[in-house]
Design a protein around this ligand. Structure first.
Ligand code: ADP
Ligand code: TRP
Length: 340
């Protein structure tokens, strides 16, 4: 582990789609940055994805794809722990134990569950719970277990996951109140990396790049496709000679996340002065992006081969993670009166 490695940071990634540029900028890079400051744990939350993905081939593909992406982006399995959630059976035993100390009312108030009910209400359905599975309802408890079983201190998440980390702290608090004389969970804290740095990448329609808007630039497109996607980023009809506002351009905003400070400053100057067309700026963006992504793309495709080292990395990660999980679960079992 890296030095000093006293506090534990845990990141969970739900494998529900192909990783895109926004994920790299807003989640992968900042999470990899934490390796310097924390003992870092990363896992693929494949059982969480099961609440929405019903195609077994696709779930397996996304799970491998997320793992390969993080490794290709620089996650070092020697320095960190990376595993598949489903490889840690202790998580699912603790899930039951913690469900039994979690107030149902807390789950009723969870944002994702409430949003699903609101959608039913808006569609005029009589049964507001229609189409909602128990996995979605119990999701926050499983997430709390992910966090607590690894004795995490900090959890880097997007804003939408903040409530879940608060729930984990809340559930840990309830457990500690009931059984604290025998075992105490660590109380975790959320950190929001992209808020610290203001990194939100726009997508192909100018809105936040997101799977849900179908406006993403997937990370590992072949070169020709990457060029095509970049050409689709909307621009206005300002003529080449006219001065342009860099800050209202999605192309420039993406460039800012990948170019060197010198190149950013120079491009800003040239755009403001006029004489640079959007086509030229898009070519520049392609060159810069491709320069960073090409080596990652090659690694990613090698890892996605059926006999790559991907499976070994995940199994070795699971072994390390299970050791930690078994330790915590054994203390919990003893505290609550389960087993001998
Ligand atoms: P999506 O919106 O595509 O479904 P997720 O919700 O799965 O993406 O996000 C996974 C992680 O990537 C989160 O930490 C989220 O904050 C980050 N992320 C997603 N899209 C962007 C974006 N456009 N800019 C910055 N970060 C993003
Ligand atoms: N719910 C998170 C998401 O949708 C994924 C996740 C599952 C997670 N378990 C976690 C994140 C534990 C952090 C810690 O993005």
């Amino acid at each position: 582990m890296s030095q000093p490695a006293s506090k534990v940071s845990l990141t969970g990634i739900k494998p529900t789609g192909e990783p895109h540029l926004g994920n790299l900028v807003g989640a992968i890079r900042p999470a990899l940055d934490l390796v310097k400051r924390y003992e870092s744990i990363y896992f693929i939350a494949d059982y969480h994805a099961l609440t929405s993905i019903r195609d077994p081939k696709l779930l397996r593909h996304y799970t491998r794809s997320v793992a390969a992406t993080w490794l290709a982006a620089g996650l070092d399995p020697e320095q960190t722990i990376m595993y598949r959630q489903s490889d840690i059976p202790e998580i699912f035993e603790l899930h039951w134990a913690l469900s039994c100390v979690t107030a149902k009312g807390l789950m009723n108030r969870a944002h994702a569950y409430k949003a699903a009910r609101d959608q039913n209400a808006a569609a005029g359905r009589e049964d507001l719970d229609g189409g909602i599975n128990m996995g979605l309802y119990n999701y926050p408890v499983l997430m709390a277990v992910d966090i607590l079983i690894m004795e995490s201190d900090v959890v880097p998440v997007g804003k939408d996951q903040l409530q879940h980390v608060e729930y984990a702290a809340d559930i840990a608090g309830t457990f500690n109140h009931l059984y604290g004389d025998s075992y105490q969970f660590k109380i975790p804290q959320a950190v929001i990396p992209q808020e610290d740095t203001g990194r939100t990448l726009p997508g192909l329609d100018g809105r936040k790049m997101s799977k849900s808007y179908d406006n993403t630039i997937p990370l590992f497109l072949p070169e020709g496709q990457l060029k095509k996607f970049i050409r689709r980023i909307p621009t206005d009809s300002t003529p080449v000679e006219a001065p342009k506002d860099p800050d209202s351009s999605s192309v420039f905003q993406i460039l800012e996340q990948f170019a060197t400070p010198d190149m950013i400053a120079d491009t800003r100057k040239r755009l403001t002065a006029g004489g640079v067309g959007w086509g030229e700026l898009k070519n520049q963006l392609f060159e810069v992006l491709n320069h960073e992504i090409a080596p990652m793309r090659e690694k990613y495709h090698a890892l996605m081969e059926p006999d790559s080292e991907l499976e070994t990395v995940l199994c070795e990660g699971a072994e390390k993670a299970r050791e930690r999980a078994q330790c915590v679960l054994s203390s919990v079992r003893s505290a609550i009166g389960i087993g001998r």
